[in-house]
Design a protein around this ligand. Structure first.
Ligand SMILES: [Cu+2]
Length: 136
């Protein structure tokens, strides 16, 4: 008797799983096909910059040069499918002022600039990616 109840229970359980799968539709994927971008960046790392070439048109970071007032923030968003970073200085001469670390696809990084000056930055993974923040 106990065995029969267990078997019936398993069958009902399996049936519920099948029904659940039949009616389950992943809503986000079906609408857009890719993750939604929730943060709007001041500077964007566009797609395909993990291969050299973007530096020829100055579009590794867009815009590659941004002007802000002291005390304001800059937000970078990685819109590429590869990892990138926002790291102060140049590839062969880092300045150790800031470093986002490896940013996942669709990850953002925000930094406040208190002092005036020109702050060059690059990507530690792709040396041809260079940009600058001009704080006035
Ligand atoms: Cu990069």
């Amino acid at each position: 008797m106990l065995k029969k109840i267990t078997v019936v229970g398993i069958i009902i359980f399996a049936g519920l799983i099948v029904l659940g799968l039949a009616f389950y539709t992943p809503s986000n994927e079906e609408e857009t096909g890719e993750p939604e971008l929730t943060v709007k960046g001041d500077v964007v790392m566009p797609t395909k910059v993990s291969r050299p070439g973007c530096e020829e048109t100055d579009r590794c970071y867009i815009p590659s040069s941004i002007v802000i007032d002291a005390g304001n923030k800059v937000t970078w968003v990685n819109e590429d499918s590869a990892f990138h970073s926002v790291t102060s200085g140049f590839y062969d001469a880092p300045t150790n002022l800031f470093d986002s670390g490896h940013m996942n696809p669709f990850e953002s990084y925000t930094l406040a600039f208190e002092e005036t000056g020109t702050f060059d930055y690059y990507c530690t993974l792709h040396p041809w990616m260079m940009g600058q923040v001009i704080v006035q």
